[in-house]
Design a binder for this molecule. Structure first.
Ligand SMILES: [Fe+2]
Length: 237
């Protein structure tokens, strides 16, 4: 049993394609929120998640676009997200918006896989949220702070995104995993993901065609300063 875990795609299709190409043999796809804002391909990325994600949760940017509210982002990223959101709204249709609005904020699921059992692996339990496991999709929690947000949550794998920083952290019981960001990593210029395979979590960092993302961004109607700043973030400069 192999599960691809992705988060924070942020409308970056070349990054998403690179992540998918790397692990084409996964049985399931998990998405931890933030499919829109920042990048040039919201329509394609929302369509992909709608059609392919087995389990998904809503991120603060999905929430902001879906409900036309603030994303509560930090610093200049708030300005970039407001600018890109106005553009993205023009590219999505009513059913996309309906989808974003109705993404759940937390999800639990259990693997029930005869193949895993045959191989000697027990069923694994998973819990997903965008930011805080308690369901607050805005809180920025590093890997040392997340343990304070686990009251009442029992799962072997607690999956979160939001910070765009990849890690896995063992707990007394289970593990917290943040796959990092597919489309706008803050800890390097690659596309990030995680793969669960028979009781192991593998963190991945994958080169992708960032020039294609940047060239599509440059053709957009965004203000020039936003395009230039997002280019620097994409290139990790
Ligand atoms: Fe995000």
């Amino acid at each position: 049993m192999k599960i691809l875990i992705v988060s924070d795609i942020h409308a970056n299709l070349p990054a998403l394609q690179a992540v998918l190409d790397k692990d084409r043999d996964c049985n399931n796809l998990i998405f931890l929120g933030d499919v829109v804002d920042y990048g040039p391909n919201p329509k394609e990325c929302v369509k992909f998640i709608r059609e392919n994600a087995d389990y998904f949760v809503r991120g603060n940017h999905d929430n902001a676009l879906g409900y036309d509210v603030d994303c509560n982002c930090i610093g200049t990223f708030r300005e970039y997200s407001i600018a890109t959101r106005e553009w993205h709204k023009t590219l999505l249709d009513a059913s996309d918006i309906h989808f974003l609005r109705n993404m759940p904020t937390t999800v639990s699921f259990q693997l029930d896989n005869p193949e895993s059992l045959r191989d000697g692996y027990e069923d694994a339990s998973f819990y997903m949220a965008h930011a805080s496991p308690q369901g607050d999709m805005f809180k920025y929690l590093n890997q040392n702070e997340i343990a304070g947000e686990l009251e009442g949550i029992i799962a072997e794998y607690i999956l979160v995104g939001h910070t765009h920083v990849q890690y896995k952290k063992k707990l007394d019981y289970g593990m917290v995993v943040n796959p990092g960001s597919v489309g706008l990593a803050r800890d390097g210029g690659q596309a990030c993901s995680a793969v669960y395979e028979d009781g192991e979590i593998h963190l991945k960092r994958i080169d992708y065609d960032v020039k294609k993302t940047i060239s599509d961004l440059m053709k957009s109607p965004l203000p020039q300063n936003v395009k230039d700043d997002l280019k620097k973030v994409l290139l990790h400069k």
